[in-house]
Write a protein that binds this ligand. Structure first.
Ligand SMILES: Nc1ncnc2c1ncn2[C@@H]1O[C@H](COP(=O)(O)OP(=O)(O)OP(=O)(O)O)[C@@H](O)[C@H]1O
Ligand SMILES: [Mg+2]
Length: 139
């Protein structure tokens, strides 16, 4: 499925369409397999990435993602950075509350994604848009 792709190098992917969201899922799955995450952890990080990619598309007006293998000397992991130049998230605490949505969704994407990964970081402002970095480590 990933023939010809060197997953040891950072993989960049635009997020402009539903098809791109599918590509993000496939890319994250491939990297999660490469760093030997368990099947359950693969599914967790793919699910988180899918939610964040969808938010990038819907609320960020599209953007990009970068998927990188990280290594802390003891473990390997998959790190995913989502970036958009959208309006930013004015109230982060509120946005991270289960059930909060401004788009008629379930309001579980952001809060759920946070629970599914090991590290979760958001930088957001009206000027620069939103950048979310998540990491899942092998155990
Ligand atoms: N990249 C983003 N840029 C701007 N606002 C965002 C972004 N991501 C999330 N938000 C805001 O945070 C809210 C909560 O996001 P979350 O993913 O939890 O819920 P949702 O997308 O509305 O519904 P669900 O993901 O459950 O279908 C969104 O409704 C939106 O207002
Ligand atoms: Mg969402």
């Amino acid at each position: 499925m990933t023939t010809g792709v060197d997953l040891g190098q950072p993989q960049a992917q635009a997020i402009r369409s539903d098809e791109d969201v599918v590509r993000v899922r496939q890319l994250v799955r491939a990297v999660a397999v490469a760093v030997k995450l368990s099947l359950v952890d693969q599914t967790k990080v793919v699910t988180a990435a899918s939610e964040l990619a969808r938010n990038t598309l819907v609320y960020g007006g599209g953007g990009s993602v970068e998927v990188v293998i990280v290594d802390n000397g003891r473990r390997k992991g998959v790190q995913i950075v989502f970036a958009d130049s959208g309006p930013g998230i004015p109230d982060l605490d509120l946005a991270l509350t289960d059930g909060y949505t401004t788009g008629g969704g379930l309001g579980l994407g952001l809060s759920g994604a946070r629970r599914l990964v090991d590290e979760f970081q958001i930088e957001t402002s009206a000027e620069t848009g939103t950048r979310i970095t998540v990491t899942k480590w092998s155990r």
